[in-house]
Design a binder for this molecule. Structure first.
Ligand SMILES: C[S@@+](CC[C@H](N)C(=O)[O-])C[C@H]1O[C@@H](n2cnc3c(N)ncnc32)[C@H](O)[C@@H]1O
Length: 221
């Protein structure tokens, strides 16, 4: 990571409300040790209850969504050498070949797959050549292990313990981590729990409120 001597120092541990594509451009090159994120999948319905995002430009035409993937990823590469994210199974082809992929195995998941059954895993893409030692390259983690209440307010929060596992393996104490698609604030909360610094970006003001509340709590939620 670049030392921030010439540029204005980043204001850390905060959630910025805005469009990631615009906000990302405001950060100097290599401002972050890690970009860890969970970008919107362009899914109309999310999960068996068909809950949808109320904002966030979901269900773009295919070419527009491809451009969205290209644009945020290009900016992410500019601001950090290591990028880790869950592309969504149906979207893996929208991104360049990763250095490696990890499998998140979620055996109790009840989201439908396109094959008439249930979707029990998700890829996690790793870019850069992080020196992490993860042992076997999969993580078993039920989706049910969510912060109580959060899943009622956001359609698809990631499990805090899965995110803590990634942060623990791919960063160290004091590192600065960016999540351009913060949602309910899982990345920032996990960073606080593990003594990392963070910035989150989220377009939807309702989700920003949830993320800020989560980040301000002293309990490990
Ligand atoms: C898959 S969710 C992230 C969920 C998050 N990992 C969590 O645990 O809550 C993607 C998020 O990106 C937000 N989003 C969509 N387009 C955006 C944009 N252009 N800029 C910033 N956020 C955006 C959506 O509102 C949604 O909350």
């Amino acid at each position: 990571m670049k030392t921030q001597t010439l540029e204005k120092p980043l204001e850390l541990n905060r959630i910025i409300q805005g469009d990631a594509l615009e906000v990302l451009k405001t950060f100097p090159d290599e401002s972050f040790d890690l970009v860890l994120t969970d970008p919107p999948y362009n899914a109309k319905n999310i999960g068996p209850n068909a809950r949808v995002y109320s904002m966030g430009k979901m269900k773009l035409p295919t070419m527009e969504y491809k451009k969205f993937c290209h644009d945020w990823f290009t900016e992410a590469q500019r601001v950090a050498k290591t990028i880790i994210f869950t592309p969504g199974i149906a979207n893996t082809h929208n991104y360049p070949q990763p250095f490696w992929q990890i499998c998140w195995h979620k055996p109790a998941a009840v989201s439908f797959n396109r094959m008439g059954g249930f979707n029990a895993w998700e890829p996690i893409f790793i870019y850069g050549k992080p020196k992490a030692r993860i042992g076997q390259d999969y993580k078993r983690q039920d989706t049910l292990n969510l912060t109580p209440g959060i899943w009622k307010e956001h359609p698809c929060p990631k499990p805090l313990s899965l995110w803590e596992w990634l942060i623990d393996k791919f960063s160290k104490e004091g590192d600065i981590i960016l999540d351009p698609f913060e949602g309910s604030g899982t990345t920032s909360r996990a960073c606080k729990n593990l003594k990392r610094k963070s910035i989150g970006i989220e377009i939807n003001p309702d989700y920003v409120k949830i993320a800020k509340a989560r980040l301000s709590q002293e309990l490990l939620l």
